[in-house]
Design a protein around this ligand. Structure first.
Ligand code: ZN
Length: 250
């Protein structure tokens, strides 16, 4: 029998969002179980909240990792500080990502430095290797992809797939179910997509559902997230991304 997997993740895990995470984490845990979701950690979110400057948050992160949560590195600052060459690149960076595409325009050298420093911070804190890397806004430039391969990162993902940046082997396909909280129109369209997705993806072998701290600002979004997670958890086993790696059949 095929195992259908649900990979739930919480993006933008940072001391800056500690209060929102207090509300979001219990909703995710109620649907998928403690330790059965991934956390995407930003080492210095918007250069306003270094992970290692907050002992209370450090303890929380260690606790989540000890409970079984997979910890992914999620950029370093999460803001796009690159000087994009060309009008098209500038447009894409500012309009498509609201300035959050940190890894879209970085040079390989700069990307490697951020990956290495962020990974070190997280691994020293949790005592475990990171599960992988997810670029802010799921956007990668060519140079960032080369940096991830050079840094020996084994798993990355974008909106449509999960893959190994060294071998380009695709580990899972399918659109991620996620939510936008920036405006009423975006909230309405995310709720519509989420409702459709529970039907459309009911037989998909892997379903990814990603939530963000700002989702808690909308009660409608929170209700839909709880509904969608519970619906998927009935058809798909809440699982770890690591199970997608070759040789892992658990
Ligand atoms: Zn993010």
């Amino acid at each position: 029998m095929t195992v259908r997997r649900l990979l739930a993740s919480i993006h933008d895990v940072t001391p800056v969002h500690a209060a929102r995470l207090d509300r979001l984490v219990p909703i995710v845990e109620a649907a998928v179980g403690a330790g059965r979701y991934a956390l995407l950690v930003v080492p210095d979110f918007h250069r306003r909240g270094r992970l290692t400057g907050d002992p209370q948050f450090e303890r929380r992160l260690r606790g989540w990792a000890d409970a079984g949560c997979e910890i992914f590195l999620h950029g370093f600052t999460h803001i796009d500080e690159s000087d994009h060459a060309g009008a098209a690149a500038r447009w894409k960076a500012s309009r498509m990502t609201a300035g959050e595409g940190e890894f879209l325009g970085l040079s390989t050298l700069d990307a490697e430095a951020r990956i290495a420093e962020g990974r070190d911070m997280i691994e020293q804190l949790t005592g475990r290797p990171i599960a992988g890397f997810v670029a802010p806004a799921w956007l990668y430039g060519e140079d960032s992809l080369a940096a991830l391969a050079a840094q020996n990162v084994l798993m990355i993902e974008d909106h449509f797939r999960v893959w190994n940046p060294q071998t380009s082997a695709v580990l899972a396909r399918g659109p991620v179910v996620t939510y936008a909280s920036r405006s009423r129109a975006r909230i309405a369209s995310s709720i519509l997509w989420s409702r459709l997705a529970t039907g459309l993806l009911a037989r998909a072998s892997t379903v990814r559902l990603a939530v963000h701290p700002h989702d808690v600002d909308s009660p409608r979004l929170l209700r839909e997230i709880a509904r969608a997670l519970s619906a998927f958890a009935r058809t798909h086993r809440p699982s770890a991304y690591a199970e997608l790696l070759p040789g892992r059949f658990s």
